[in-house]
Design a protein around this ligand. Sequence first.
Ligand code: DC
Length: 235
Amino acid sequence: MYINLGEKHRKVGKMYNIAIDGPAGAGKSTIAKLVAKKLGYIYVDTGSMYRAMALACIRKGIEASDEENVIKICMECDVTINYENGVQQVYLNGENVNGYIRVEEVSNMTSAISVYGPVREKLVELQRSLAKKQDVIMDGRDIGTCVLKDAFLKIYLTASTRTRAERRYKELIENKIDCNLDEIEKDIIDRDYRDMHRDISPLTQAEDAVLVDCSYMNIDEVVDTIINLVNERKK
Ligand code: DC
């Protein structure tokens, strides 16, 4: 595994890492990207790393339930993170796969293969090494509870399942992708259940995380809430 943050991003001393966890579709990546821009942080999207591994399994025709082969493929594949114009790019065995990992098939496979311990260990190591070099805002499911237990600020960002499904529905319709709101909501409920009930690092709010329910908040309000929390803590 290889991480290229570039020399200018290398930093020593105290890190002000921010962890954002929460269920699918809560808006973590949208919020984290905006907060990162305002604070001059690197945004690390950990879901895309799991997605790259899920894509590797799909391409090999492996079922998520085939634990032995899923682990074999994930251990063999090379997941690389690079930043191009400040945007995270994920490479799978040298190929930029950013354009292939957001479809529903990959989302469902990702949730299913991320239950396996060796898969998680490999990616947690990559994520921790990124956070050592630069102030990061990292989003995922286990950032506050496992990856960055000593993060300077932890946020648990959530919204009702209906709100999250409606946001996803709007996004797909805007991209002219035919879809059904109830099916999207069902997928979200299934994914939440799997992510929250797996044995290793299930999605849960860290004891010291701040709960932000954004069901009735707009993007700017959520970003401002987080920036205010950062400023208060830095005082
Ligand atoms: O954040 P996302 O929707 O891209 O995540 C896709 C799946 O990856 C999610 O359903 C569970 C898994 N995941 C995880 O287990 N741990 C993380 N830190 C990030 C994602």
